[in-house]
Design a protein around this ligand. Structure first.
Ligand code: SF4
Length: 421
């Protein structure tokens, strides 16, 4: 009888891309992949996240939930939290621990070694993704182009758990994109830990985007997980001259004070970041600029926080994720002195979130009267929801727009939901 499986995902878009590949690999060994809220299954794969201590806690909580939900199932735990705390997951009842490199060989591992627990694997060189991905909606396909990171921000565990930067072969990515467009996906999301670090035999992300955009078909390309750096500016020209590229960039800021940016080992100062943002807005009108920021980093004074809050306000992000700093064991920041008290960090984070909410509302309102290319993807209760290229959610009556294709809609109070923001 065919085995059934579910895959639950926590964390970033890169994890969502990995999940699509895991699902495909499960299908390749004869498993039926059920929706992730299924309550009975033979195998569960939990794709975890370790970006904060809270993310690891949630990953462990999810493991406990899965065990309670379906005690007879085999549970495999994968993802960044495994690299950081694999033994803990095993002690809490995981049957199988999969490192990031193991995910590539999932089919072989599940067929041949049901209780594998290997701590390391190949984390260098090009990487290959040979499976076809499976996606929850037919509207968006994630294409992983890059892995790993060389930046070693002092708070971050990613370079230790995902290894150094490496990229997929250019031709392999292009042919996967061609296949996905041919299969009818109207949006391709290029993902990586830092997609801007893409490099294969002298060809960079701009070359890749231009080549993919030249494929025939009515589709669009979204870039996910981009790090601001002076060397990345050329991507703005590619975006400006290539209409198939969504007007969207998520540029992690992390802090607005130069003193803290240096302590974080970020590779830019606030002024350089602001220049990048100004250039992006000048070249790509109505671009959605999103960001991440950390409150309560070790050594953050009231003065640093107020510089950061002012900077975040000036940047007017369309979307802001605020994290309270949590130490990741093994990273340099974990042993840095003068960490603000938890209540101070929480208060600062709440202040940043309020700023982020205001600027998000302003961005959404600024789109009233503009023509937005939208892909509608989910239908429920007589309405259909979708996303514009500049990443605003729109809602219209279900009989007024088709799903799974790019349609043009004029933004108004109602479809943008401005009355609710
Ligand atoms: S750029 Fe910094 S925060 Fe981002 S993955 Fe690399 S080390 Fe982590």
């Amino acid at each position: 009888m065919k085995k059934t499986a579910v895959v639950r995902t926590l964390g970033c878009r890169l994890n969502s891309a990995d999940t699509a590949l895991i699902q495909a690999r499960l299908e390749s060994i004869g498993c039926t992949v059920l929706p992730d809220d299924a309550v009975s299954f033979d195998l569960a794969v939990l794709n975890t996240c370790a970006v904060t201590a809270e993310a690891v806690r949630k990953s462990r909580q999810e493991l406990r939930k899965l065990k309670k939900l379906c005690p007879s199932a085999v549970i495999a735990v994968a993802g960044c939290a495994v690299e950081a705390a694999g033994e803990t997951f095993r002690q809490e009842g995981a049957d199988l621990i999969l490192t990031n490199p193991d995910k590539r060989d999932l089919a072989k591992i599940l067929s041949g070694h049901p209780a594998l627990n290997r701590a390391s694997g190949d984390m260098t060189g090009n990487f290959r993704e040979s499976a076809e991905a499976v996606f929850p909606f037919r509207s968006r396909a994630f294409v992983k182009v890059q892995e790993g990171c060389n930046n070693f921000c002092t708070y971050c565990i990613v370079p230790y758990v995902r290894g150094r930067e490496r990229s997929r072969k250019f031709d392999e990515v292009v042919s996967e994109c061609r296949r996905l467009v041919g299969a009818g996906f109207p949006e391709l999301v290029l993902t990586g830990v830092n997609t801007c670090a893409y490099s294969d035999e002298g060809r960079n992300l701009g070359d890749l985007v231009r080549t993919v955009a030249a494929l025939p078909g009515d589709f669009r390309i979204r870039l996910s997980s981009t790090e601001p750096h002076i060397n990345n500016r050329s991507i703005l020209d590619v975006m400006a001259e290539t209409p198939k590229v969504c007007r969207f960039l998520h540029l992690s800021l992390q802090h607005g004070s130069d003193r803290i940016l240096r302590a974080m080992n970020r590779h830019y100062l606030a002024g350089e970041y602001a220049d990048f943002v100004a250039e992006a807005r000048a070249k790509i009108p109505d671009i959605h600029l999103g960001s991440d920021v950390i409150a309560g980093f070790p050594g953050e004074t009231d003065e640093d926080f107020s510089v950061c809050a002012d900077f975040v306000r000036r940047m007017a992000f369309a979307n802001l994720h605020v994290f309270v700093y949590s130490p990741r064991p093994g990273t340099p920041a974990a042993v840095m002195p003068d960490r603000p008290a938890a209540e101070v960090a929480e208060r600062r984070a709440a202040g940043l979130r309020r700023i982020g909410q205001r600027s998000r509302q302003e961005f959404i309102r600024s789109q009233i009267g503009k023509e937005l290319p939208v892909i509608f993807e989910t239908v429920s209760n007589g309405v259909v929801r979708g996303w514009s290229d500049n990443y605003i959610q729109l809602t219209v009556p279900a009989d007024s727009a088709r799903t799974g294709a790019i349609v043009r809609i004029i933004g108004d109070e109602k479809n943008l939901g401005t009355q609710n923001v």
